[in-house]
Design a protein around this ligand. Structure first.
Ligand SMILES: *Cc1c(COP(=O)(O)O)cnc(C)c1O
Length: 490
């Protein structure tokens, strides 16, 4: 990998730059960013359009500097947080006893729910080292939570046709660790395949055993109730299902809030208590934090409050209707396409498809060269490598072009062949157990892929193909190595 050199790296400018110069520099930095403003990015950015963007930006700016650290110092933030949490709870058919908090994102909501469940099990059942039962479709944030909080993971394969969690398999897996089971997880919807797990069945199992059921509704929580009102069927997943203990729901996805906005909700205060951390054991101010962050900008809370009031119920319903129509169009196109295979039957506004005839990684590259931003997902368990599209309000007007470009790219990549690195990895796989490949070989592979210094210089398709051939544990090592190079001195 790159060695530290003696070349000087960036320092503070000796004197401050004038505004024009500094903003010009920042505009320059943007040149290689995903062009979400075009409405052709089908991942990462959930753009609600210009009018809402203005509201969000003004509200965010208004509370940029207020500190959410201490709700007694800025009661306006407490008011907005309470209102955002209450609106969210109603949306998920919660009774009055449901409580929650505003967090910085799905990951924080999930880590907090897992921590609360762990400490609840410790307090009530004396569980020492807990285990968490996850379908393979559960978001990576649960793995991160288990890692941070020192919990064991029990992973359970999902149904190979529907990609929904399999309640029988979940029960059997949880029973194996019954005395230590601190949480079972279901998604509404899962990120990869956009389907709702059979939450009522999971809830019944959890209720019978006294296990905590967390529903990860980060992606689906906000829109699914509208899809239901528009006639789409999906399993119940919210607080109307007895046995659901906690729910995470992102507002910075399909509620279109600024990034840094999610809620975590609990059936009852007695569960949420285990989320809160207080400390009087130091010389400074007494500290009590409901969430992981301590000092935090009021911007995300204000922007979330503002966008929810900007759209209101009727506004969100209208958005959901247009998303539903467009999703149906894309889904029908995939189903009719001889080269493509729908993975799961999307319950919301993402479409995920695989192919038995063409290389999906080459397809993703070809599409992105045409100015789209679509995501490739690696194979895992019974889910093959695939293309993932998240439709957003601003993307809808481009759907006809999207499908035309897909048609053209599918033909263009029909004969795509992998580069030398992929061939090398295939040869290597014949000689050694890839799970045991050493760090040096990994570094050489990264270098060959044009990714040695934390930049992606080579074709992304080759990088994906190589990762796809590696066992997941090695994939993770490669990614860590890459990140460790990426965040470097400049
Ligand atoms: C996005 C997402 C998360 C993680 O949320 P972040 O906001 O990226 O931290 C968790 N679960 C699901 C289903 C998601 O879609």
């Amino acid at each position: 990998m790159t060695d530290p050199t003696d070349e000087p790296t960036k320092t503070l400018p000796a004197a401050g730059l004038d505004r024009q110069a500094l903003f010009e520099r920042m505009e320059g930095f943007r040149r290689h960013d995903v062009d979400w403003r075009s409405g052709r990015a089908l991942a990462y950015v959930f753009d609600p359009g210009e009018a809402a963007r203005e509201v969000i930006s003004r509200a965010y700016g208004m509370y940029l500097t207020e500190n959410g650290l201490d709700p007694t110092a800025f009661p306006s933030l407490l008011t907005m947080e309470r209102e955002v949490v209450s609106m969210s709870a109603h949306h998920l058919r919660a009774g009055p006893e449901v409580v929650g908090n505003f967090t910085s994102g799905g990951t924080e909501s999930i880590i907090l729910a897992v921590k609360a469940a762990r400490d609840h099990a410790r307090a009530k059942r004396g569980v020492d080292r807990g285990a968490i039962v996850l379908p393979t479709t559960a978001h990576a944030a649960f793995h991160k939570a288990a890692h941070y909080l020192e919990l064991d993971k029990v992973m359970v394969e999902v149904d190979p046709e529907t990609f929904r969690a399999d309640p029988g398999a979940m029960r059997a897996a949880a029973e194996e660790v019954a005395p230590r089971c601190v949480m079972m997880v279901g998604s509404a919807v899962s990120y990869a395949h956009c389907v709702v797990d059979p939450i009522p069945s999971l809830a019944e199992i959890c209720e019978a055993h006294g296990w905590w059921l967390h529903v990860d509704a980060c992606m689906g929580g906000f829109l699914l109730p509208y899809f239901r009102r528009l006639g789409r069927q999906h399993p119940d997943f919210d607080f109307s299902v007895p046995g659901v203990s906690s729910i995470s729901m992102d507002l910075h996805k399909y509620a279109f809030a600024a990034k840094g906005a999610s809620v975590v909700l609990y059936r009852h205060k007695d569960l949420r208590r285990h989320q809160i951390f207080s400390c009087a054991d130091w010389t400074g101010y007494t500290l009590s934090n409901a969430t992981i962050q301590s000092s935090r900008s009021g911007g995300p809370i204000a922007a979330a409050w503002a966008v929810m009031h900007h759209f209101g119920d009727a506004g969100y319903l209208r958005i959901a209707e247009s998303l539903l129509d467009a999703t149906e169009t894309v889904r029908a196109w995939v189903e009719a396409h001889p080269d493509l295979r729908n993975l799961g039957q999307t319950d919301m506004s993402h479409v995920t498809f695989a192919s038995d005839t063409i290389d999906v990684f080459a397809l993703v590259d070809a599409m992105n060269e045409r100015g789209w931003y679509v995501q490739a997902q690696l194979s895992y368990g019974n889910s093959p490598a695939n293309v993932h599209l998240a439709l957003t309000p601003e993307s809808l007007r481009h759907v006809p072009r999207l499908l035309e470009d897909f048609e053209a790219c599918i033909d263009a990549v029909r004969d795509a062949s992998p580069g030398p690195l992929v061939t090398m990895v295939d040869q290597l796989a014949g000689q050694v157990d890839l799970a045991r490949v050493d760090d040096d070989t990994l570094r050489k592979m990264l270098a060959m892929a044009g990714a040695a210094n934390g930049e992606l210089d080579g074709p992304r398709a080759d990088i994906s193909r190589v990762l796809d051939r590696l066992p997941p544990s090695v994939r993770s090592r490669v990614l860590t190595e890459f990140m460790n190079e990426s965040y470097r001195r400049v």
